[in-house]
Write a protein that binds this ligand. Structure first.
Ligand code: GUN
Ligand code: ZN
Length: 457
């Protein structure tokens, strides 16, 4: 019999703040032989193994040494109905939407299909180490129902919403201002704040919503100020030109959303690449969050996200996969491509900042850092176990790694789902690979020779 107390032993890394430099070791806590005591889905204690084990009582002990435990990854922009069109060839944004995406999303009117895809989608997320995501569902309320049902069954902290779209989309993929409003309200009433769920009011983007629908979206935001709001902004030059044709009174793209009262620090703006100075000022003033989607921006040839420029204005940037224009579910691979996009602009993504970004950083962007994104006592036990030697190439590289930063950079550039040795959602193992020994330590599972202790930077 398993007790509901669990003790995880391993190397622990958690962030207290965003690392400002490569040697900003004050921004994180690293414990070489650490332990987390988990009870009722929460982290009860964090410390050295010898300290924590004395309080563990009859807890089951899982020994993850020599692997690294961090908070579960957070993906702040992902499209659940696009799981079967990832890697669709040859188009940039508007063609890609019309050719592949919209026809695919019409299939999510069907409840059984939506439920089957939700199950596969959540498996993919957890297998890649993602324990919280912010998703776009399709226009059909059935797709949002399937998404939240699946999240509830798995007890995952998930954010999502049905897209509002009442024009420039095929039959079977449009709502109306009124039906979009009614369905969104009903979904909010049913799901927002239920268990670990949050609702995101989701006008897809300006091109697929009439002014009448944008007005309804504004009303929803006013009526439900604690819901998230998500949409797309300035991803592609043709998209921007068409938006300004459809909204000739708007000063710029962001002004469309701003004019309907959508902007606040609850708002996530996917892509935000080709921004005017006024738009950057408005982001800084309102606290709305741009979301960097590196693999998607490269795949669709959209452009280069100016992380440093936005940060220098005090803007809080999130980072995300944007499946299915994004090409990997892995937040590690997202960091890999993000690193390269920043290199092209002579900007840097140090591994400490990178790992902060996909954990506490994205939690801060969502205002959820008191619940997820760290290994702090009292927060929810969403945890990943990382193996920096998961492939032959990684193991070979690790033979020469001497610092924690080097290890993290190996994971950042070479890691993917193979590096996710285990994932805990609210304290429950999702992969089930680790041996559980009731009331006493399991023997070390990985016997690839004792790794050297790593220095911190
Ligand atoms: N803009 C509007 N809809 C979408 C979408 O589904 N994916 C991306 N990448 N951009 C969008
Ligand atoms: Zn998107």
């Amino acid at each position: 019999m398993q007790s509901d107390r669990l003790l995880l032993r391993g190397r622990l890394l958690t962030f207290k703040a965003e690392p400002q430099t490569a040697d900003d070791t004050a921004a994180f806590d690293y414990i070489e032989d650490g332990a987390l005591l988990i009870e009722n889905g929460l982290i009860l204690r964090r410390g050295t193994y010898t300290d924590v084990v004395t309080d563990a009582g009859s807890a089951d002990i899982i020994d993850h040494r020599p692997h690294l435990l961090t908070a579960g990854f957070i993906d702040t922009h992902v499209h659940f109905p696009q799981v079967q069109i990832v890697a669709s060839w040859g188009a940039q944004l508007l063609d890609w939407l019309n050719t592949y995406t919209f026809p695919e999303e019409t299939r999510f009117a069907e409840e059984d299909h939506a439920a089957a895809m939700a199950c596969r989608f959540f498996d993919l997320l957890t297998n890649h180490g993602t324990t919280t995501a912010v998703a776009y569902c399709s226009v059909h309320k059935e797709s949002a129902e399937a998404y939240f049902e699946e999240a509830e069954q798995r007890n995952m902290r998930m954010i999502g919403g049905k897209v509002l779209m009442d024009r420039n989309a095929p039959d079977g993929l449009r709502d109306t201002p009124q039906s979009g409003y009614d369905d969104t309200r009903a979904l909010i009433e049913k799901w927002h704040g239920r268990g670990r769920a949050h609702y995101a009011i989701t006008p897809r983007f300006a091109i697929t919503s009439t002014p009448a629908q944008m007005e309804m979206a504004g009303a929803l935001v006013t009526e439900h100020p604690d819901c998230f709001v998500q949409t797309h902004l300035s991803e592609n030059r043709n998209e921007i030109a068409y938006t300004l044709e459809l909204y000739p009174e708007a000063r710029d793209y962001l002004d469309v959303y701003q004019g309907y009262g959508l902007l606040s620090d609850k708002m996530l703006l996917g892509h935000s690449i080709h921004l005017e100075q006024r738009e950057i000022d408005a982001l800084a003033e309102t606290g709305a969050r741009p979301v960097f989607c590196p693999t998607s921006n490269l795949f669709l040839g959209s452009g280069l996200f100016d992380d440093a420029g936005l940060k220098s204005r005090g803007i809080v940037n999130a980072i995300a996969t944007d499946i299915g224009a994004g090409t990997s579910y892995s937040m590690l691979q997202t960091l890999n491509e993000g690193y390269k996009i920043l290199q092209l602009q002579d900007q840097k993504l140090h591994p400490f900042r990178a790992f902060h970004w996909i954990t506490r950083g994205n939690a801060v962007a969502l205002g959820l850092q008191d619940r997820i994104g760290t290994l702090d006592e009292g927060t929810e036990a969403d945890i990943v176990v990382l193996n920096a030697r998961a492939t032959e190439a990684m193991a070979l590289r690790m033979e020469r790694a001497e610092t924690l930063a080097e290890e993290l950079f190996v994971l950042q550039m070479l890691g993917d789902d193979r590096s996710i040795d285990e994932v805990y959602v609210a304290g429950k193992a999702q992969k089930g690979k680790a041996p559980v020994m009731a009331g006493r330590p399991a023997s070390r599972r990985v016997s690839a020779g004792r790794e050297r202790e790593l220095v911190l930077s």
